[in-house]
Design a protein around this ligand. Sequence first.
Ligand code: HMG
Ligand code: MG
Length: 302
Amino acid sequence: MPEYTRITDVSPRDGLQNEPGVISTADKVRLVQLLAMSGVDEIEVSSFVSPKWVPQLGDAAAVFEQLRNLPPSAPMLSALVPNERGLASALEVNQAAGRALIGKVSVFTAASETFSMRNTNATIAQAIERFVPVVRLAHGSGLLVRGYISCIVACPFEGAIAPDAVRRVADNLLQIGVDELDLGDTIGAGTPSNITEVIRAAPAGRLATTLHLHDTFGNAPACIRAALDAGIRSFDGSVAGLGGCPYASTPGRRAPGNIATGLLVRAVREAGYCCGVSDSALEQAAEHARRIVEGRGGLLTE
Ligand code: HMG
Ligand code: MG
């Protein structure tokens, strides 16, 4: 029996946050509904961040409001929260829904000081300090907490990042009690060897570690195989490869986004592992994803 691998689709959040312009709330809701039928284990729906920083996701509460009638058997829904204010918005969603519609919140920092500053206007230490009450209050409300680390291989501003820098941030996130580490190759600089090195450097202990790859240079499937060999059993993907990191783009050519979920699923299966995804249902979500970003200059790879 092949071993199970957990798949999270982050397209409604990581994909759409990078789209030029704002996708309608109705189209976002439909994307999540289609993903909910695709057999993925988790959907990262949106972010409760400042709409001045990320206007594309300014309708997070409205999106969740329209997802209230998803059945309790639907995949786990999660959202990014950078601070206590973001967590309060997530908890309001659950209170209004009368249940834990959002089952997990994700705090996020980086292994690069410059990226941390540019992304959240805080040093890594300040960000971790902000997360302390977020983790405590989220756990008090029965939510799981994912801790993202961006720039695990390279930073768009600082260049190569040492695995030791990732280990230090991972240690700090584990100390404040996150339930899961998510290692983010923000600009898609991963290769099988540097990804293996960083996985070995970041101590997951009994905690799950998820790998979050952007597929800028087409190396992500090979990195998935290396990560499976190194013991990782949880991956993020983005249906239709939605997104495209602005930091990895050049004028006139937007970089590919996260590894396309379909490509991720194929890489997992080819390596001898299984997952819960139905190819035909995922394709319906991918078709919708392609349609809603059509004409916006995206590069879709699935
Ligand atoms: P700041 O400007 O330092 O914060 O931003 P502030 O506390 O001074 O507040 C500024 C304004 O934002 C205020 O409003 C606050 O009320 C508001 P104003 O008085 O100007 O009208 N505000 C908020 N509004 C809504 N929700 C909130 C919130 N907090 C403050 N939670 C802050 C600090 C963290 C808020 C800002 O930098 C921010 O929102 N950053 C978000 C950045 C982001 O979402 N980046 C993308 C996600 S990370 C990523 O993509 C990487 C990942 O995919 C992994 C990988 O690939 O590497 C996860
Ligand atoms: Mg990302």
